[in-house]
Design a protein around this ligand. Structure first.
Ligand SMILES: Nc1ncnc2c1ncn2[C@@H]1O[C@H](COP(=O)(O)OP(=O)(O)OP(=O)(O)O)[C@@H](O)[C@H]1O
Ligand SMILES: O=C([O-])CC(=O)C(=O)O
Ligand SMILES: [Ca+2]
Ligand SMILES: [Mn+2]
Length: 668
């Protein structure tokens, strides 16, 4: 119930009553007055545009063109309702209503913008009971009213978050600091994918696959649980947005969530529709029900904890229960793209992407924390995207509309563009700040190591909008090698590129996945096994074909340790890695002289401008050469073990390439 007078509800004073109660002292127009003209000029009376405090407040918020369609009859339902404009675009209402349907509830929630507490009057205008005879299965739940806050603006979402979500604060630079709750990283062990007749044969299942099966019935149980939870709330947030900047392969997504934090996160991370596009949005291609903190029922079949992230490709739906970590939504949709795009002969990539002034495009593959966001955000190049891309017949396109940067130890000097992007509109997850100044301490890991900023891509000054580009010239594989034995940079032939792409090696940096506290060696096929849906060799074959057709060069860049393993050596300076990347972009590295390393057979340059030559051959940087050799052999063994599962697979049509890839691994 609104306690606000500007909806002219029962408790508001009419303007006339207020005037009558306290008669105004008026000066008649044109009256002779000694004080009115020259000496004491009082101009307040003629400028006043309001007669009550409420009206004054209503002036503060200027009415804007709606981002939500205003259709049906006279358009605005409540012309006098002030700044929160209720809307009733019939088709959208029906579509949202269908999204929120459950066994216990089938009413269409009212779509409004802004804060529901100031729109109480609207409710009275909406018939809430069925016009025909009551259905037999009517329940209290079905009679309950839920406000749908549809595509709110960042400012409105800030207000919602600060008012209703504990742990929401505005930082000194204007970002919205939020807490994601108990989960501060993704929960891959709780991810389930519905195995039905189609997906049983199409998807990658079994050892090494991220797709843990569940059946349709269990999915529906979780779906109903999430939808009932969302309907039990006073309000839910609905985002209608797009994925993929390639207009021919754009996917419409709807995200239903309980928190303004989630809505703002997705506002930033997905592509934002224009008002016109939103008006004609229609039915989404894919819908997420994010019940966040509400757990799954552990007695539901297939559940192993109170968290469950479920994808149903047949129904084009995803359900999230028991985790509020927003990255689940982003990466869940990425998984969906890894299914939908290859069907269209488009390769989906866990990579960053940028473009030089000459139009040369580079892809940056790598697992979490290896430097995709950091290195694709480059002051001298156009940013196409930092994490998820498609490579089609015509070139590359970003899947997302925003970036999701790690913030731990973020510094203005080393990463100025990311630093400056943390401003109004940006969601800052799990950071610690001064309680008074609200200045963020990026070195503080009290909440988690995996602190993150989600901002719209246009917050990076040299972002390329629309986020598309021509075919890549360089394909850079990033590995954060905690063993410290991989060279800072090596040039790969096609077979080596494929070998390392399928291996997907890194030392997982703490925090992005639940339960990982220390870096450790890990292999993740296609540098993103957690997100792929098909067998890794399917993506590898497409990459090989595209790289070959475009004559792209592969590179392996170690953004991890040098001079010793984690603990004894140190992480390669970001400034050096940037110099290496510069040399790749400029083409100068292609013309360097190379030598081949033992065991891995990697081509390493003798010189890179701006990088001390002694670190280019990793052995030189180690004091203990025996320890180096032992560690190198140990890592080679891990590579070999990991690749065993792929040795029986053919990659693409070319039997010769498969042979070459198998031979491109470590030799010892
Ligand atoms: N030599 C280096 N090269 C790249 N990054 C480095 C280097 N040294 C330290 N870093 C730090 O490593 C982190 C790399 O994280 P980044 O956000 O770029 O990862 P990412 O690959 O985008 O991961 P995700 O897929 O999880 O978003 C940053 O915090 C960066 O400052
Ligand atoms: O998904 C996340 O939470 C962060 C991310 O980009 C990744 O892990 O690759
Ligand atoms: Ca990133
Ligand atoms: Mn990522």
């Amino acid at each position: 119930m609104a306690g606000n007078g500007n909806t002219d509800g029962e408790f508001s004073f009419s303007a006339a009553a207020a005037r009558d109660a306290l008669p105004r002292i008026t000066t008649e127009k044109g009256a002779k007055s000694t004080t009115s003209s020259d000496v004491c000029h009082d101009d307040t009376a003629s400028r006043v545009n309001f007669q009550t405090i409420d009206q004054l407040h209503s002036l503060q918020k200027k009415r804007s063109a709606p981002t939500t369609p205003l259709k049906e009859g006279g358009g605005v339902v409540m012309g006098t309702s002030g700044p929160t404009t209720p809307v009733s675009g019939e088709s959208m209402l029906q579509s949202v209503s269908a999204s929120l349907a459950s066994l216990t509830r089938e009413t269409g929630p009212k779509v409004i913008r802004g804060d529901p507490t100031s729109a109480a009057k609207v409710m009275a205008h909406v018939p809430q009971t069925p016009t025909s005879a009551p259905a037999a299965d009517v329940s209290d739940s079905s009679l309950k009213f839920t406000h749908v806050l549809h595509n709110l603006s960042p400012a409105e979402l800030y207000e919602q978050a600060i008012k209703y979500e504990k742990g929401s604060f505005v930082t000194s630079t204007g970002a919205l600091a939020t807490l994601s709750g108990a989960k501060t990283g993704r929960s891959p062990k709780d991810k389930r994918v519905v195995k039905d007749e189609t997906t049983a044969s199409e998807l990658w299942w079994g050892k090494g696959s991220p797709n843990i099966e569940m059946d349709e019935q269990s999915f529906l149980v979780n779906r109903e649980r999430a939808v009932d939870y969302l309907n039990s709330l006073d309000k839910v947030f609905v985002n209608d947005q797009y994925l993929n900047w390639d207009p021919e392969n754009r996917i419409k997504v709807r995200i239903v969530s309980a928190r303004a934090y989630h809505s703002l996160f997705m506002h930033n991370m997905c592509i934002r529709p224009t008002a016109e596009e939103l008006e004609n949005f229609g039915t989404p291609d894919f819908t997420i029900y994010n019940a966040g903190k509400f757990p799954c029922n552990r007695f539901t079949h297939y559940m192993t904890s109170s968290t469950s992230v479920d994808i149903n490709l047949g129904r084009r739906e995803m359900v999230i229960l028991g985790t509020q970590y927003a990255g689940e939504m982003k990466k869940g949709l990425f998984g969906v793209m890894h299914y939908l795009m290859p069907k269209r002969k488009i390769l989906s990539l866990h990579s960053g992407c940028n473009m030089g002034k000459e139009g040369d495009v580079a892809l940056f593959f790598g697992l979490s924390g290896t430097g995709k966001t950091t290195l694709s955000t480059d002051h001298n190049r156009y940013l196409i995207g930092d994490d998820e891309h498609c490579w089609s017949e015509t070139g590359v396109s970003n899947i997302e509309g925003g970036c999701y940067a790690k913030c731990i130890d973020l510094s203005r000097e080393k990463e100025p563009d990311i630093w400056n992007a943390i401003k109004f509109g940006t969601v800052l997850e799990n950071v610690v700040f001064d309680e008074h100044t609200r200045e963020v301490d990026y070195t503080d890991k009290s909440v988690t190591e995996n602190t993150r900023a989600a901002y719209p891509i246009e917050y990076i000054p040299n972002s390329k909008i629309p986020c598309v580009g021509p075919h890549p010239k360089n394909v850079i594989l990033l590995a954060c090698d905690a063993f410290g034995v991989l060279p800072p940079v090596s040039k790969l032939d096609l077979a080596q590129t494929m070998y390392h792409f399928i291996s997907g090696y890194t030392a997982l940096v703490a925090g992005t996945e639940e339960g990982v506290k220390e870096p450790r060696a890990t292999f993740s096929a296609c540098f993103g096994a957690a997100f792929i849906m098909l067998h890794p060799t399917k993506y590898a074959a497409m990459l090989a074909e595209k790289m070959k057709a475009q004559g792209a060069t592969g590179w392996l860049v170690n953004t991890g340790w040098s001079g010793g393993s984690y603990g004894s050596g140190s992480r390669i300076k970001l400034a050096y890695t940037r110099k290496i990347i510069d040399a790749i972009h400029s083409g100068s590295l292609l013309n360097a002289t190379y030598q081949k390393t033992e065991i891995f057979g990697l081509e390493i340059p003798n010189e890179v401008e701006g990088v001390p030559s002694e670190i280019l051959e990793p052995m030189n940087a180690w004091e203990d050469k025996v320890a180096y050799k032992d560690t190198l052999l140990k890592l080679a063994g891990l590579f070999r073990n990991n690749f065993e599962t792929f040795t029986s697979h053919k990659i693409g049509e070319d039997g010769k390439l498969t042979e070459e890839i198998l031979a491109a691994g470590p030799n010892f």
